[in-house]
Design a protein around this ligand. Structure first.
Ligand code: KIV
Ligand code: ZN
Length: 512
C-alpha cells in the first residue's frame, strides 16, 4: 500500500485564518497533539514574520520529537536565516521555501519576468540547501501557472536537490480533473521527477480542496498538505481528517493510506477548535457534531437493524467513544483517574489533583459529568496563563425593563477588588465592571458562545478576542452558566493580553 505523507500546516496556514492568533503555549500544545496523531511533518510557522513567530517555531521545534518540523520562508536569504535560527534544537528540521510562479503574481506582485523567477527560486534553494538537508520548494499559485513554465521550475528544483516540490492551488481555483492532470503532466514531463516527492496543497475557495487533493493522490502525489478542521486563509485549506478518512474508508479505491492514528482525530479537532476559537460547523465532514448523528426515522430504523445501512465509518474510528463509566459528584479520585486514562490523558499527580478539584465543582452543578464535559474541562485546564486577575464572584441583576447591572469580585496578587457597572445587556455590564477592576482599555473584537455538552445543564464555552493597540488576545471560559463563562473568558483574555504585552512589545506580521 502506497504511503501518503501528511504535512500539517495548522500552525501556519491555519493560523492565517482571520481572527486566529495562537500564542507559543497554544502552538506547542497543538504540536504535541499533532505528534500523537502521527502527522509526518508539521509547519510550525513563518519565523521571519515576527520575533514572536520565530520564538513559537523554536518552542515547537524543541517540544516535539517524532515529527519533522518545518519553517516557512520566502525566497530571501534573511527569511532562510530566520528559519535556521527558529529550527535550532529540532530533531528533524526542514525548510519550506516558496516563490510565486503564475503570470498574475509575476506581473503584479513580484514584478518579475519568468527568468528572474527561475533564478530567484534557484538561488534560494541553493542557499537553503547549504544549511538544511531537507528542503521543500513551493510554486505559489501553481494552479494558475503555465504548465511548461511550471515543469521548468520543478525541473530546476529537482536539479538543485529539493526533497519535496509542492504544487499549491493557492486561490482554490481548480477542479479535480485539472489539478490531478498537473501531477500527471509533471510526472511524465520533468526529468528525474522520481527524485523528489510531489506535494498537493489546496485551498477551499470553491469547496473543492478535498476533492482536488484526492485527485492529486490518484495522479501520483506523495504528500498532502492541510490543516485540522480545514482552517486557513479565506475559505480554508484541505481538511486533513477528510483525506485520512477518505483513504481509510475507500482503501480499495485509492490504494494509498496515511500513517495517522485515526482515533486521535476527534481529540485533535476539539483542541484546535478550542484554541483557535474557530467553531466546527455541525455538518462538517468527519468532525462535525452531526457527522455521526441519525435524525430521520427511516435512517434510525436502518441503523438499528444494521449500522452499515447508513454508516460508512464508525464514530469509534476517529476516537469518539461511548462512555461506560459515568462520573458524578459521588465519584472518587480512582474512578476519575481511570476515566482520564480511558480518554487518553496521562497526567501527573499534580495535574490530576487540579483537574479533580475542577471536576468536583462541576459535579456539584451537574448530575452527570459526560466525557465531553471532562474533555472540555481538561483542555481548558491545559492552558495556564499567569492569572494576574482571578475572577472570584459575579452577581448580575437583569430585568427586561431595567438597565442590567453587574458586580464582580476579582483577586489580584495582593488584594481583592469589587466593582459594579451597568451595561446594554448583562454581558456588557459584566465586561464594564471587569474593565473597572483591571483598568485595561481593551476592545472586544469577537465574542462567541457554544454549548460543549448536551442537555439543559450543558456547559457553555465562551470565546472572546480582545484587542489593545497592536496586540490581540483570545480568552476562553467554561461554565454551566453562560454569564459566568462570559466573565471567565474576558478575564482570561485580559490575563493573556498582559502576558503577551510582556513577551513581545509588537507583533509585526510580514505579508506573504
Ligand atoms: O497556498 C499557498 O500557496 C501557500 C504557500 C506559502 C505554500 O500557503
Ligand atoms: Zn496555502
Amino acid at each position: 500500500m502506497r504511503k501518503i505523507y501528511v504535512f500539517d500546516t495548522t500552525l501556519r496556514d491555519g493560523e492565517q485564518s482571520p481572527g486566529v492568533n495562537l500564542n507559543t503555549r497554544e502552538k506547542v500544545e497543538i504540536a504535541l497533539q499533532l505528534e500523537k496523531l502521527k502527522i509526518d511533518r508539521m509547519e510550525a510557522g513563518f519565523p521571519a514574520a515576527s520575533p514572536g513567530d520565530l520564538a513559537a517555531v523554536n518552542a515547537v521545534a524543541r517540544a516535539v520529537k517524532d515529527v519533522t518540523v518545518i519553517g516557512l520562508s520566502r525566497s530571501r536569504e534573511n527569511d532562510i536565516d530566520a528559519v535556521r535560527e527558529a529550527l535550532q534544537g529540532a530533531q528533524d528540521p526542514c525548510i519550506h521555501v516558496f516563490l510565486a510562479t503564475s503570470p498574475i503574481h509575476r506581473k503584479f506582485k513580484l514584478r518579475m519576468e519568468k527568468q528572474q523567477v527561475l533564478e530567484t527560486a534557484q538561488a534560494s534553494i541553493r542557499y537553503a540547501k547549504k544549511y538544511f538537508s531537507k528542503v521543500e520548494f513551493s510554486l505559489e499559485d501553481a494552479g494558475r501557472t503555465e504548465l511548461d513554465f511550471m515543469a521548468e521550475v520543478v525541473g530546476m528544483a529537482v536539479r538543485e536537490g529539493a526533497n519535496v516540490v509542492n504544487i499549491p492551488d493557492t486561490v482554490g481555483y481548480l477542479n479535480p480533473s485539472e489539478y490531478g492532470a498537473i501531477f500527471k503532466y509533471l510526472k511524465e514531463n520533468v526529468p528525474d521527477i522520481e527524485k523528489v516527492q510531489l506535494s498537493a496543497h489546496c485551498h477551499n475557495d470553491l469547496g473543492m480542496a478535498t476533492a482536488n487533493t484526492l485527485a492529486a493522490i490518484l495522479n501520483g502525489a506523495d504528500q498532502i498538505e492541510g490543516t485540522i478542521n480545514g482552517i486557513g486563509e479565506r475559505a480554508g485549506n484541505t481538511a486533513i481528517e477528510e483525506i485520512a478518512m477518505a483513504l481509510a474508508t475507500r482503501e480499495e479505491f485509492f490504494e494509498a493510506k496515511t500513517g495517522l492514528v485515526l482515533t486521535e482525530i476527534a481529540r485533535t479537532s476539539r483542541l484546535v477548535s478550542k484554541l483557535t476559537g474557530m467553531v466546527v460547523p455541525g455538518n462538517k465532514a468527519i468532525v462535525g457534531a452531526n457527522a455521526f448523528a441519525h435524525e430521520s426515522g427511516i435512517h434510525q430504523d436502518g441503523m438499528l437493524k444494521e449500522k452499515t445501512t447508513y454508516e460508512i465509518m464508525t464514530p469509534e474510528s476517529i476516537g469518539l467513544k461511548e462512555s461506560k463509566l459515568v462520573l458524578g459528584k459521588h465519584s472518587g479520585r480512582h474512578a476519575f483517574r481511570e476515566k482520564l486514562l480511558d480518554l487518553g490523558y496521562e497526567l501527573s499527580e499534580e495535574q490530576v489533583n487540579d483537574a479533580f478539584a475542577k471536576f468536583k465543582v462541576l459535579a456539584d452543578k451537574k448530575k452527570e459529568v459526560s466525557d465531553e464535559d471532562l474533555l472540555a474541562l481538561l483542555e481548558e485546564k491545559l492552558i495556564d496563563t499567569p492569572e494576574v486577575f482571578k475572577l472570584e464572584t459575579i452577581f448580575v441583576a437583569y430585568g427586561n425593563e431595567s438597565t442590567p447591572t453587574a458586580r464582580v469580585r476579582i483577586a489580584t496578587a495582593d488584594q481583592t477588588i469589587e466593582e459594579e457597572a451597568e451595561g446594554n445587556g448583562s454581558v456588557d455590564a459584566i465586561y464594564n465592571a471587569i474593565d473597572k477592576v483591571t483598568g485595561e482599555e481593551v476592545t472586544l473584537a469577537d465574542y462567541s458562545i457554544k454549548s460543549v455538552t448536551h442537555g439543559k445543564d450543558a456547559q457553555g464555552e465562551v470565546h472572546v478576542v480582545l484587542s489593545q493597540n497592536d496586540v490581540a488576545a483570545q480568552g476562553r471560559g467554561l461554565s454551566t452558566d453562560i454569564l459566568e463563562a462570559s466573565a471567565r473568558a474576558y478575564v482570561d483574555a485580559v490575563n493573556v493580553l498582559i502576558e503577551k504585552r510582556k513577551t513581545f512589545s509588537r507583533r509585526e506580521r510580514a505579508t506573504l
